[in-house]
Design a protein around this ligand. Structure first.
Ligand code: 13P
Length: 252
């Protein structure tokens, strides 16, 4: 039985003081929930160290939103996987569509990041998803398959077992337009079948596949009740404790 995992991607929001307030609210409201559902928050880099201290002995795990694949050197403004580990991160989001479109990340770069994350002992949340144009062109499955095949190239079973996949249709991110539960389920089922072909039926059955894209308290239940949807990667609704907790409760 797969456990639902709810992750909050804070994106470029919340300074250190605001982070402390939100994290304290989340910790208080999630006491005792963690045995039924995985809970992860991914604040900005500047809040990670403090977040880690606050989250000790809570039901909430810590993740980062991005990293570089190199292990160090002249990469002004970048962060290594080891640096994230050193401030207490267990997870890292890799290949978010905003990184792909705004910062030019290719499947090849994402593949290097995934490998670097594994080398440092981080668990990646690997994001994939099609644009509106691609969906309307009826090539969603081809796009997702290419992102998976190229993103996971050379990644062995042992490492793959640590991945969370997040299917985030780009047209549903921050737009208030959600994929219908049926639309999302169809792609999740396709992803699981592909993982079974690329790895094994056992891994396909155990991999967590989150849905992301305008997940809110009022649509979480329906989405999360689909058989192949194992949680959510939440943007806007994770910036307030109330709505984030509602989604976690829907995942229980
Ligand atoms: P929204 O929930 O704001 O649509 O963002 C989704 C997302 O991009 C999470 O990574």
């Amino acid at each position: 039985m797969r456990k639902n995992v709810i992750a909050g991607n804070w994106k470029m929001n919340k300074d250190l003081n605001e982070s402390v307030v939100l994290i304290s609210e989340i910790i208080n409201s999630t006491k005792g929930l963690g045995s039924n559902v995985g809970i992860i928050i991914c604040p900005p880099f500047t809040s990670l160290e403090t977040a880690n201290a606050l989250l000790k002995n809570s039901d909430v795990a810590l993740g980062a939103q991005n990293m570089h694949y190199e292990s160090g050197g002249a990469y002004t403004g970048e962060i290594t996987a080891n640096m994230l580990r050193a401030v207490g991160c267990k997870y890292v989001i890799v290949g978010h569509s905003e990184r792909r479109t705004l910062f030019g990340e290719t499947n090849e770069i994402i593949n290097k990041k995934l490998k670097s994350a594994f080398n440092s002992g981080l668990y990646p949340i690997f994001c994939i998803g099609e644009t509106l144009e691609e969906r309307e062109g009826e090539i969603t499955e081809q796009v997702v398959e290419k992102q998976i095949r190229e993103g996971l190239a050379g990644i062995v079973e042992n490492d793959f077992a640590k991945i969370i996949i997040a299917y985030e249709p780009v047209w549903a991110i921050g737009t208030g337009k959600t994929a219908s539960p049926e639309q999302a389920q169809e792609v999740h089922k396709f992803i699981r079948k592909l993982i079974s072909e690329l790895y094994s039926a056992v891994l396909a059955d155990s991999v967590t596949i989150q849905y992301g894209g305008s997940v809110k308290p009022d649509n979480a239940n329906e989405l999360l009740s689909q058989p192949d949807i194992d949680g959510a990667l939440v943007g806007g609704a994770c910036l307030q404790a109330d709505s984030f907790i509602e989604i976690i409760k829907a995942a229980k």
